[in-house]
Design a protein around this ligand. Structure first.
Ligand SMILES: Cc1cc2nc3c(=O)[nH]c(=O)nc-3n(C[C@H](O)[C@H](O)[C@H](O)COP(=O)(O)O)c2cc1C
Length: 187
């Protein structure tokens, strides 16, 4: 399954989680990486190149550290510029139909903080609902997000496990199951 990772990290050299995760998957034959902050330090996105890369993929991964319950700014700019009416959505916008959308995020907060009673008040998967809605509008199949909690203090062994899990996930040739967030589900 041809997989495109849209990688958005403004400080990737200092990254403790996302850089190693990317490293664990980027050499797979079926994986192509577009590092947005490396490609577009001036935020001037080549829309045609991005759309062509998306069209060539079967599975699209948005990988980023969560900043203020959302993505780093350049990924938002990418969404606004690239996912255009008549291409990504609207009666003639079918370019992304049937592709998988996998969101891969890390957060500084621990899983226990992403609960109703916890510091952040919402589960992380709930906060990612805009991506779920994006998948709905563009006809993509939303996959269970790949989440790393406690990113700043993660133990080496846990990071290695995440690397192994991420690589396995992106190696999966069969379609991944669609994910519908249930109220009763934990993170
Ligand atoms: C500007 C900024 C905003 C952040 N916002 C959040 C947040 O909303 N929730 C959270 O749990 N962590 C937040 N963090 C922590 C990052 O998510 C965390 O450092 C990152 O996921 C670690 O990934 P990395 O090792 O690849 O850099 C924020 C960090 C920065 C710099």
């Amino acid at each position: 399954m041809k997989t495109l990772i849209i990688f958005a990290h403004p400080h990737s050299r200092a990254s403790k989680v996302n850089r190693p995760l990317l490293k664990a998957a980027e050499d797979l034959d079926n994986v192509t990486v577009r590092d947005l902050y490396q490609l577009y330090p001036d935020f001037k996105i080549d829309v045609a190149a991005e759309q062509a890369a998306l069209e060539a993929a079967d599975r699209v991964v948005l990988q980023f550290p969560v900043y203020w319950y959302s993505s780093p700014a350049l990924l938002k700019q990418w969404e606004d510029d690239v996912l255009t009416h008549g291409w990504a959505y609207g009666s003639k916008g079918k370019a992304l139909h049937g592709k998988e959308l996998l969101v891969c995020v890390s957060v500084g907060g621990g899983q226990e903080h992403y609960t109703r009673e916890g510091l952040h008040g919402y589960r992380l998967a709930e906060l990612l609902r805009p991506y779920q809605s994006m998948a709905g509008l563009t006809g993509m199949k939303y996959i269970r997000p790949f989440m790393t909690f406690g990113a700043r203090t993660i133990a080496d062994e846990d990071l290695q496990n995440q690397q192994r899990r991420y690589r396995e996930l992106l190696q999966t040739a069969d379609p991944l199951p669609a994910y519908g967030l249930l109220e009763t589900e934990s993170n």
